[in-house]
Design a protein. Structure first.
Lengths: 198, 345
């Protein structure tokens, strides 16, 4: 099986936020929740870079380690998913996540945050693939339909790559070699304990 | 003339071509990579993840700007969660296990070695009011909340390794959901109780010289001594201040977690959870000692908080100075305090 990863080529990202919009639309994510966002570092300064970020589906995921009810699981494709039936909305995954991925539908209502929501790599949840229940809780299951995450699929500059880690790393390396520069795979060191030389 | 000009043009053209051909490899060699036709490297001046990560202080995040309304999401990477994860999964479990199991072992060993602190002069049959109805209500309200808060709190840290394998994930998640609600909502009566305890018993809990003597003589717990004490002895004063200070810190750090982002950010909540958890497990350990001495540890002690009265002999053995004060004001069989002075006719 593949080891699914995201890779944002920051030298290509133009901060169009189409990945954010596509994600919200595809999964009908509730108002106030963003599974993906684009962060601009050094905004307005020389050397500014924009990076799109969501759940990175970490190796040895911190959210899964700290969850008091064990609601996280890792699929055969190494996608980190969770069960909203088990989640108690305690917020611990949010404290541990290095990427700020977990989201809560209600913030600060006497600790009743509601069930945690995050990027599923378009792979749904524990319910049967493609069912209505799965869609209502987790959004579309594109992976089960043989498609990759929509954010990356429709990225206009092909800055955001999603797919098997080795293949997208190879694509990125070829780009770096061909154009002669690259600012590295953002977040890979933190999520997967590896970097792509550039 | 025209032929000469054409020849000259040909020669100049050939020279120019030769020059280009000769210079081209040189120009080519000046570029390090074959495939960067412009020769510009935009990454050279760009912001680098590694530099940002290296520059991070403890608890900092790589921060940028987002165009969505949720400004909290402007933190791109904050690696401090790793330290918190290690605390929650490893350090806290050790601290909690050592504090709570250690206290239980000490109490069991102490009970087996020392046994119950007996009432040496026996029951007199005469009783004196020690805690009135309001005091007992506040005590038991706070105590009930504390026990539930303690168990539901320990469930968050120890439930996954201990309880979850026994009852399975769905049942454990249901229990943990109710436990979380109980933990959140019972924090309010608990905090009110701690505040009432603070006001209600502050007068009797200021440390004084009698406490030094009491502590020097081991409180009469270790041997069979009975060092004098007013209404609260030094041990009870310690419990009082543990409840007041510990309760305040636990409540304050807990409300930071219950109202996320109202006061503090993620790093602040990681710190609040650390403080909350460490104080809470030490608090539980201290209260185990309190429960022990108030029940099986000492004969006649439970009546004080149970029915509100104690035997006069018990009061004479454990709180002689307090008994003297009370006797000066009330008769031993009267539950109502008499006025301090008779009003002038």
């Amino acid at each position: 099986m593949a080891r699914m990863k995201f890779l944002c080529d920051a030298d290509r990202c133009i901060e169009c936020n189409a990945c954010v919009t596509a994600c919200k639309n595809e999964h009908e994510v509730p108002w106030g929740i963003n599974r993906r966002r684009v962060v601009t570092i050094n905004d307005g300064l020389p050397g500014e870079r924009s990076v799109t970020m969501a759940c990175m589906h970490c190796t040895d995921a911190p959210c899964a380690a700290v969850c008091p009810v064990n609601c996280f699981y890792t699929t055969a494709d190494a996608v980190v998913l969770h069960s909203k039936d088990l989640c108690i909305g305690c917020g611990y995954c949010f404290y541990a996540c290095p990427f700020g991925a977990p989201q809560y539908p209600r913030v600060g209502n006497f600790g009743s945050r509601g069930k945690m929501d995050k990027c599923t790599f378009c792979a749904g949840g524990p319910e049967a693939d493609g069912t209505k229940e799965e869609f209502e809780k987790y959004g579309t299951n594109r992976l089960a339909a043989g498609k990759l995450p929509l954010c990356a699929e429709m990225c206009s500059t092909k800055s955001l790559l999603a797919g098997d880690g080795e293949i997208i790393a190879q694509i990125y390396k070829e780009r770096v070699t061909k154009r002669g520069y690259g600012s590295g795979a953002w977040g890979w060191q933190t999520a997967y304990r590896e970097t792509i030389a550039s | 003339m025209a032929r000469l000009l054409a020849q000259a043009r040909f020669i100049i053209g050939a020279l120019a071509l030769a020059l280009i051909l000769a210079v081209a490899p040189l120009a080519h060699a000046q570029q390090p990579t074959v495939a960067n036709p412009t020769g510009v490297n935009p990454t050279a001046a760009s912001v680098k993840e590694q530099q940002l990560l290296n520059a991070l202080g403890n608890g900092d995040a790589i921060h940028g700007r987002v165009s969505i309304p949720d400004q909290k999401s402007a933190n791109l990477i904050h690696p401090a969660g790793r330290d918190w994860r290690h605390f929650h999964e490893v350090t806290l479990r050790w601290i909690g296990a050592i504090a709570i199991l250690g206290m239980l072992v000490i109490l069991v060993v102490f009970y087996l070695v020392r046994g119950q602190v007996k009432l040496e002069t026996g029951y007199s049959g005469r009783r004196i009011v020690r805690f009135n109805g309001f005091e007992r209500f506040v005590h038991w309200m706070t105590a009930t909340c504390f026990i539930i808060l303690g168990l539901t709190g320990l469930n968050i840290t120890f439930g996954k390794p201990l309880l979850l394998p026994l009852i399975g994930e769905p049942a454990f998640a249901d229990w943990a959901q109710w436990a979380k609600y109980a933990h959140n909502y019972l924090s309010f009566p608990f905090a009110v109780g701690v505040f009432c305890i603070f006001l209600m018993w502050i007068a009797g809990n200021i440390p004084n010289r009698v406490d030094v003597n009491w502590l020097k003589r081991g409180g009469g717990i270790v041997g069979h001594d009975h060092p004098p004490a007013y209404r609260f002895n030094a041990g009870q004063k310690m419990i009082y201040w543990i409840v007041v200070i510990g309760g305040t810190l636990v409540a304050a750090s807990g409300y930071l977690l219950m109202f996320p982002f109202y006061v503090t950010d993620i790093q602040g909540m990681q710190l609040a959870q650390t403080v909350h958890a460490i104080i809470a497990v030490l608090f539980v350990a201290a209260m185990l000692g309190h429960i022990y001495i108030g029940t099986i540890g000492m004969e006649g002690a439970f009546d004080a908080m149970g029915e509100g009265t104690v035997d006069v002999n018990w009061a004479r053995e454990h709180h002689p100075l307090w008994l003297e004060q009370e006797m000066a004001r009330t008769g031993p069989n009267e539950s109502q305090r008499q006025p301090m002075a008779t009003p002038a006719e």
